[in-house]
Design a protein around this ligand. Structure first.
Ligand SMILES: [Zn+2]
Length: 146
């Protein structure tokens, strides 16, 4: 069999979104603010939203993993205000170690409540069975045993 290879002018990238595509990060550009560009990248089992410092090509400061549904991810980021809200909603794993802190987080204290590693508020219920953060939080809330 003779395998066919498309010529450059006939080759089209497989597109998952209508957002601008970033060749370096191999992801779609969601937006930007004074500190970061926000992109989503397709990974094996999820979509990762990354916050890349302007001009940086080596790494990112913050990242959150979402289910593999581009429309859901894009809607979550569209509703997010990074100036006043620490982190977006809807992710199931924070892929970086420290939670992001919004520069004007004091303007929306109700939104910026502590969350577990899966993105759910600690005062609510985590979607993940046996969430260690939820367990730790409940343990702290228990009265001291005698
Ligand atoms: Zn959790």
């Amino acid at each position: 069999m003779h395998l066919l290879t498309a010529t450059a002018d006939r080759r089209r990238p497989f597109r998952l979104s209508d957002l601008p595509y970033d060749e370096h990060w191999e992801g779609y550009v969601l937006g930007q603010d004074d500190e970061h560009r926000y992109l989503w990248i397709w990974q094996g089992f999820n979509i990762r939203v990354i916050a890349v410092p302007h001009g940086d090509t080596t790494g990112y400061d913050h990242a959150w993993c979402y289910p593999r549904d581009p429309a859901t991810v894009e809607a979550a980021i569209e509703q997010w205000d990074p100036a006043t809200e620490d982190e977006p909603l809807g992710w199931h794993k924070r892929a970086t170690t420290k939670p992001r802190r919004a520069p004007h987080r004091d303007r929306d204290r109700a939104y910026n409540q502590p969350r577990c590693r899966h993105g759910d508020y600690l005062h609510g219920t985590c979607r993940t069975v046996n969430c260690p953060d939820e367990r730790d939080d409940r343990r702290r809330a228990l009265p001291e045993s005698v």
